[in-house]
Structure formats: C-alpha cells, structure tokens
Design a protein around this ligand. Structure first.
Ligand SMILES: [Mg+2]
Length: 482
C-alpha cells in the first residue's frame, strides 16, 4: 500500500516510540518510580547503559528483522526466522529476560524440530503447566506487528496471534497482542487512538470481557493497574497512561506526558512504557518524538533510532528498495545546490555551521563534533565519519509547501532548535545541514536564533541574506512567524 507522507511518518514512529518508552522505563523497573519526568539513566535489572533499550525492544528487533522484508508473519518461514532470532538473542545472554520467556526459551533448547516447532512445543507445555501463563512478554514486542499488513485488520490480527503464540499461547496474551497491534495499525493509518476497534477480531465469547477491561482503563489513573506483569494489567496501564494524559489538542507533547504517566505508575515500567510508546509513536510519528530522546536510544543488536525508523518504514511499505531511502546505504543528492560547499557560521553563534549536502560529506574536514541532518540520509551515512552516534541527530522534516507533509512543523522546528542548543551546551561544534540549504536549514537557523536571545525579525533578516536561502515557502513562513 502506498502511504501518505504523514502515514509514513507515523509508521516510522512505532519502533522508535517503543524504544524510547523502554529506555526511559529501564531505570525504574520494579523499583521506585520517578517523581518528575523519567530520564534515560540506564541501570535497571539488566544493568543497561543510559539510553539502552531492554528485552522488550530487543525481541521486537527480532520480529522487525523479518517484517522489514515484507514477510507474511503467519508463514512457517517467517516464524522460523523470528523464533531463530529469539533463540539467538537468548543464547547471547541478555541482561534481563521475563520469567515466562526465559522458561520457554530454556525448555526449547532441549527439543528437536525447526525453531518455531521448538518454541511452540515449549510454550504450549509451559502454558499447560501453570495458571499464570498470560504474562506481558508478548504484548511488549507486538507494536511492529501492527505495521506488517497495514491495510488489512484480519491479516494483522493473524500475524499478531502467530507471533504471540511462539512464547505466549495463552488466549489472553494473544488477545492483548491482537488488540494492541490493531490499535497501532489504526493509529498509523488514521492518526487516532482506538483500542476498542479491534474487539471484533477476538473470539466472540471474550469480546465483552475485553470491552469492560478497556473501558475501565480509559482515562483512569494508570497506577490502578500496577502490578502489571499480567498482560491485561499491562495493556490497561498503557491505555490508562495514554488516555488519561490526552488533552485532545493533537499536540505531540502528549507523548511526553503519557510516557511519564506510564512510568510513574511503577512496577514493570520499561515494558508498560514500551507498549504505550509503540502506540504513541504510531499516533504522533517519528516527527512527534523529541530529539533529546531519539539521539540517546540504542540497543541490541547494535541499532539506533535511524535503524528503527528504517525497518519500521520498510515493514509498513511491505517491501524493501535497496536503491532508495530508507534502505539505501549512502544517500545521493544530485542537484547543483546540494553540491555547493557553504558551511557558513550561524549569524548569532559561530559554533553552529549551516551547510549543504556537500558540507555533510566533508563534516570531518570541517572539524565539527556533531551533525544535525534535516534531509534524508542513507543507513551507512549515520553516524557521519568522526561523529559519535549520539551526536548525529536525524530529523524528520519534509521540504514541501503541502500543509499535510509535516504534521507538527512548529514542534519539529522548536525541538530541533532545542537539540542544537543542547549540543552547544555540551561544548560541541555543530553542522546543521539539509540538501541545498534553501529551506530547512535556514528555517531551523531562524528558530535557533531565539535560543540566542535574538529577536525574530533580526534573525529572519540576517538568515535571509545567506545566498542559498529561498526566503519563501511554508517552512520559512512558519519558522519566521512569531
Ligand atoms: Mg524490559
């Protein structure tokens, strides 16, 4: 299915939102919740680095590695690849693994058959041996499944069911995955929250019970659903955190309130925030997620935000084109403007260089410590040579006069200006670039001027004199307006 720019942005936010929630929740897992806004401090049960995601997103990455090729996740081939990914991940000795997932993956080691046959046998045996087999360990990784068959609720629920059953065949665990994956699918396609719309995809005799659980969580204080190791409580806690903090304005600042609420509810904080984060990312997109978090998140198997964006987009598109963004190794811009060297100091901060694609290609020569890319870059372009991974920030900003192309233009311009200010406060020299520095770079430069205490009119005048500045168009007008 051909996605609109906004749908693609929202699809790009699913894994990234999950990873951000996960990394924010890690320090507080089964420990004291934060009083104010959570921070990516690392630590937690897996002794993670600051910004590192945990088992929730690690297991989601195993699914994404398969879904990113457009695979049908109900096929034996795909399930074998996902199961093999889970086994490989477990064999590598991850820092933290949920109890049920650990029991299933340990038991599977002694079994014969294909990877999915081993997991199915082990998970069924585990489920029949205990009355507590509906843990949140499948729900925590299901967000990406919502992108695999973006135009088909039936196929989405079948995929959610198949992937859940590898470790969590309990009907409630499976139902929670079907509901959340469908909610993610709807959020990406339609830009709205609707958890109840997936009820018809469940067995008829469980629909009423689930409707009651969803209704009880809507708008409720999320701490009512703590402890939340049970998949129903985890879903309710994530839904309560999402709905109780929604002011109806449509502002992506909702993401920050909702993730704080999810984590402040306590208990399995990283998992609940990962679940909520996938849905919030689906609703507000990669462009609605703050750069201060995007730049920090990373984790097994060696991925960072641009990788999560890439695999989410190819999953939502249902195919990979290695010659185009996001799968292309090195991006190329061919027009003359992109190949004109510029790298002029920002008129109000000579520690910020404003440049073109050519300048990005010579970032090392320019001697900068950080890069803010406002245009699309290839997977091997990040991080730029000589730049630490957390100091190369990629921004979802479309150079278009179509008012629907950028969902939150004001938010993105201000958030990017904040990110540049933070890099400068860390003592870094920053290259801010797009392709030809006509529109995106000057627009961000105007917004950044306000961080230097410069009056908007003076900033507009100064930046309009840069030779590359177009000085007209939607981005420039929004950036220049008070
Ligand atoms: Mg975790």
């Amino acid at each position: 299915m051909k996605l609109t720019p906004q749908q693609e942005d929202r699809g790009a936010g699913v894994l990234l939102g999950q990873a951000i929630g996960d990394a924010l929740g890690v320090p507080y897992e089964f420990s004291t919740p934060p009083i104010g806004e959570p921070e990516m401090l690392g630590g937690g049960l897996g002794n993670y680095a600051p910004g590192e995601w945990s088992d929730d997103t690690q297991m989601a990455a195993c699914i994404a590695r398969v879904s990113g090729w457009g695979a049908d996740l109900t096929s034996t081939t795909a399930l074998d690849e996902i199961a093999a990914g889970f086994e490989e991940w477990y064999a590598a000795g991850p820092g933290d693994v949920g109890n049920q997932t650990r029991a299933v993956l340990t038991a599977a080691r002694g079994l014969t058959g294909s990877p999915s046959e081993r997991l199915h046998a082990a998970s069924r045996a585990h489920a029949s041996s205990t009355s507590h087999s509906a843990g949140n360990g499948a729900l925590m990784r299901t967000g990406i499944v919502g992108l695999t068959r973006i135009d088909d609720p039936g196929a989405t629920s079948a995929a959610a069911r198949s992937v859940a059953e590898l470790t969590h065949p309990d009907p409630l665990a499976v139902d929670s995955c079907v509901l959340w994956s469908e909610a993610v699918r709807i959020a990406v396609l339609e830009g709205r929250f609707d958890l109840g719309q997936g009820l018809h995809l469940l067995e008829a005799d469980r629909q009423e019970q689930w409707a009651g659980w969803i209704e009880a969580a809507a708008g409720a204080n999320p701490s009512r659903f703590s402890p939340n190791g049970f998949t129903v409580a985890a879903l309710q806690c994530a839904w309560a955190a999402t709905t109780s903090t929604d002011d109806g304005s449509g502002s992506p600042l909702h993401v920050q309130r909702a993730l704080s609420a999810a984590i402040q509810a306590g208990n399995d904080t990283d998992t609940v925030a990962a679940i909520a984060g996938a849905l919030l990312g689906a609703r507000y997109g990669a462009s609605g997620l703050p750069a201060r978090w995007r730049r920090r998140v990373h984790g097994w198997p060696g991925l960072r935000s641009s990788d999560l964006v890439g695999v989410a987009v190819t999953t939502a598109r249902g195919c990979v084109d290695n010659d185009a963004w996001p799968a292309i190794p090195h991006m190329e811009y061919r027009d003359a403007g992109a190949w004109t060297p510029m790298a002029v100091p920002h008129p109000y901060d000579d520690g910020v260089l404003l440049g073109t694609w050519r300048d990005f290609r010579r970032a090392e020569e320019l001697g900068v410590d950080a890069v803010v890319s406002l245009c699309r870059v290839g997977i091997r372009d990040v991080p730029a040579p000589g730049i630490a991974p957390e100091d190369h920030i990629t921004v979802w900003l479309v150079d278009s006069d179509d008012p629907t192309a950028n969902a939150y233009l004001d938010f993105v311009l201000d958030d990017t200006a904040d990110a540049i200010e933070a890099l400068r406060a860390e003592g870094e020299r920053v290259l801010v670039h797009c392709a030809a520095a006509e529109q995106r770079t000057p627009s961000v430069a105007v917004r950044y001027s306000a961080r230097r205490g410069v009056n908007r009119e003076d900033a507009v005048q100064a930046i309009a004199t840069m030779p590359s500045t177009r000085g007209s168009g939607l981005l420039w007008e929004v950036a220049s307006s008070a």
